[in-house]
Design a protein around this ligand. Sequence first.
Ligand code: DAH
Length: 349
Amino acid sequence: MNATEWKEKLSAIRDSFSVSITNRSAENPEALELRFLGRKGELALLLRDLKDIPLEERKALGALGNSAKAEMEARLSELKAAAGRAAGPAASGIDLTLPGLPCPKGSLHPLTITMNRLAEGFLKLGFTMSDGPLVEDDYHNFEALNFPPFHPARDMQDTFYVDAKDAAGKDMLLRTHTSPVQIRSMEKQEPPIRVFHTGRVFRSEAVDASHSFTFHQIEGLYVDKGVSMADLKWTVDTFMKDLFGTGVKTRFNPSYFPFVEPGAEVDMSCIFCKSGAGRCHVCKGTGWLEMMGAGLVHPNVLKACRYDPAKWSGFAFGAGIERFAMLLFGIHDMRMLYENDLRVLKQVQ
Ligand code: DAH
């Protein structure tokens, strides 16, 4: 190749580069760079051919080649910058300076918080957690708890029966209370026993501000040698004070439940009006709130679980958890606990 041919070749390369870069949809800047300026690119190969050209001409041609190279590099970097701008955040509609979207944090439901607090209270008193099924048989929900068939006390709990039979051929049911867990716990373990359970129960009731077809209860059971009403009173009083403050008082009224004798209803002094004076809408001016049922475990219940009533005695109690949740969080309508209204749930954390 002589000097003239070399110059012609250089100007052909420049022209072809110029066409390619103007019509850049065909090739991206990186491909152009590789094709013209790369180690085996068109310009590089041409510069290599300089070695065949006499020295006196070579210098001038070299200078020409280098200035072509510099010009091509400049145009390529301009093109790259423009491409970067086009693909950048502004072009895609993303503003990286905007604060991120808030990521909402979940929280526990007020009933769960309440159950956890009740559980903590009883764990502290040396009780352990026990469990039982939601779909129960007649034996555990009624019979072993000293509700014989056709006993009028069964009417205290309007029951949902399900379309399935238990081992005795009786209809299965949705448990109406957590008391069957007493039986299931005693069947599993020899005395002494000190257990509690929190969970869901079901009754065929119309829904209003203080009733629901499903709600939650806590159940407690303690059987040992010489357990008396005094143990029950101390346990309940200590627990209530732990939960609602040392200022609250408890009192026991005689009541009837087939599975305890004597049986009682436990009241707590009203935590809102603290006196009963005036027209407190929570205690209805009585100064007392009904909080749970309790009593000494009936000998028939102990016998059903093969605990000898001559040797062992115990107490049991059961309470509605919604009541505790409503008092702890100042909720006046039970339905608020089931509607999942985030405005309510956010206030209770
Ligand atoms: N199971 C009873 C109910 O649902 C509540 C209850 C009363 C539980 C007295 C007890 C108890 O353990 O001793 O109405």
